[in-house]
Design a protein around this ligand. Structure first.
Ligand code: ATP
Ligand code: MG
Length: 398
């Protein structure tokens, strides 16, 4: 297994002080799957204070210290190191009421969610696999460590993590684990919206998202109940569109909500804790889902308003309607921009000052400029100062 030098430094410091230390969880899984690794989690038998001593010459952040997690910044990389621990009884279907530090790596692996996430690695011992994680990786199976009913009862977030890993990795969920997912779905009510949004986002951009959405729609309906309103025909069309779509979270969420009536869009923003930027992007796709794009005039009007890149927008439109020629639409937009066709107030040959000089008030000026822009885009008037002033006077808006 290859890993970066800062991880080696980290492991060496602990090992040279007489402690055991392993890479654990997602990094081991993704390395065996030859997937890109985003973060490394380390686990050790050193207690939190002992870790602090080992890393006394490094910047440390005691974010999760009560649960045994110390973040150490090595070579500018934050690395989370957690003391081997077992979890006590769980409260509110999410958090252990107490944790106990242990010297057993096996116990530490036993508290982890899925067998494929319960693998540990040290260069000198190789992979430690107490629960058949390597076999499950080979067979592409997601299976909880231990009794799935108990594991989902303890922490309902694992239900959504199971669906997310199934979608990301294209794995099947083992039948008992699957049954327990359906049995405990209602416990998702206990999970914070932030965590739901995070896992759901990874799920929907997963390579196998359409299959997971199809098989586990009723689970998603626990936190997105409006999905029940989508007709079977629309649902099938939506899944087909998502299957063809790039692995882009916002675009795929927009596709999911497109068949719903406008009144449901608001619920999406309430149910998922999307950032304003993400919510605005999703809203933009849906708002312009039926915008006319037949003529160059249509395109200019669209470009003057569209708050998202036109390439993503036409990807979305072409996914919804196979008759739309995405390339031709993009070419037309490119030509509008290259040709410097007027599509914004900035490009208009008159500005607020010109109108102020001839006696218009502030509120009137905004309306008149917008009217001029529309007229220019519709080829009713040339984008030329005198022509526009004459147009304003003859239009008699004020
Ligand atoms: P990724 O980083 O790709 O999202 P990951 O498996 O590394 O996937 P993390 O959230 O980084 O997920 O968690 C690291 C490890 O901690 C997991 O691999 C798993 O062993 C354990 N873990 C995380 N969340 C839970 C949970 N809710 N229940 C039990 N174990 C968990
Ligand atoms: Mg991780």
């Amino acid at each position: 297994m290859q890993f970066p030098s800062y991880i080696k430094t980290c492991m060496d410091l602990l090992t040279n002080s007489g402690y055991r230390c392993y890479i654990v969880g997602g990094a081991v899984r993704d390395s065996l799957l030859k997937r890109e690794i985003f973060d490394y989690d380390l686990t050790t038998d050193a207690l939190p204070d002992q870790m602090r001593f080992v890393f006394q010459h490094y910047k440390t952040i005691p974010t999760g210290i009560k649960h045994g997690t110390l973040t150490v910044v090595i070579e500018n990389h934050p690395v989370e190191i957690t003391t081997f621990r077992t979890d006590g009884t769980y409260q509110n279907h999410r958090h252990p009421s107490s944790i106990t530090f242990t010297h057993s790596l096996k116990e530490d692996c036993a508290r982890r969610d899925f067998t494929i996430n319960a693998l540990a690695y040290h260069p000198s011992t190789g992979i430690c696999d107490f629960f058949g994680g390597q076999q499950d990786l080979k067979n592409q199976i997601l299976r909880t460590v231990g009794n799935p009913n108990e594991r989902f009862e303890e922490d309902a977030l694992r239900i959504l993590r199971a669906l997310r890993f199934a979608a990301q990795l294209g794995f099947q969920i083992e039948p008992h684990t699957r049954q327990a997912i359906f049995a405990h779905a209602q416990d998702l009510f206990y999970i914070s919206l932030e965590r739901i949004t995070e896992e759901f986002g990874k799920l929907i951009e997963g390579i196998d998202a359409p299959r997971v959405l199809l098989e586990y729609k009723t689970i998603l309906e626990v936190f997105l109940p409006e999905l029940k309103k989508i007709s079977l025909e629309d649902w099938n069309a939506t899944l087909t569109a998502i299957a063809k779509a790039p692995q882009n979270r916002n675009l795929r969420i927009a596709l999911l909500y497109t068949p719903l009536k406008d009144s449901f869009y608001q619920t999406l923003y309430q149910r998922l804790r999307l950032s304003n930027a993400n919510a605005d992007e999703i809203r933009a796709y849906i708002k312009y889902k039926d915008a006319p794009i037949e003529t160059r005039i249509d395109m200019r009007k669209l470009l003057s308003q569209l708050p998202i890149p036109y390439a993503s927008y036409f990807t979305y439109r072409a996914l919804l309607d196979s008759r739309i020629n995405q390339e031709a639409c993009e070419r037309e937009c490119m030509s509008i921009i290259k040709n410097e066709d007027c599509i914004s107030l900035k490009q208009l040959a008159i500005h607020g000052d010109n109108l102020k000089k001839i006696g218009y008030q502030n509120e009137q000026i905004g309306i008149l400029l917008q009217e001029c822009l529309n007229a220019v885009m519709e080829n009713k008037v040339r984008n030329q100062k005198d022509a526009l002033l004459q147009y304003i006077q003859s239009s008699k808006i004020f």
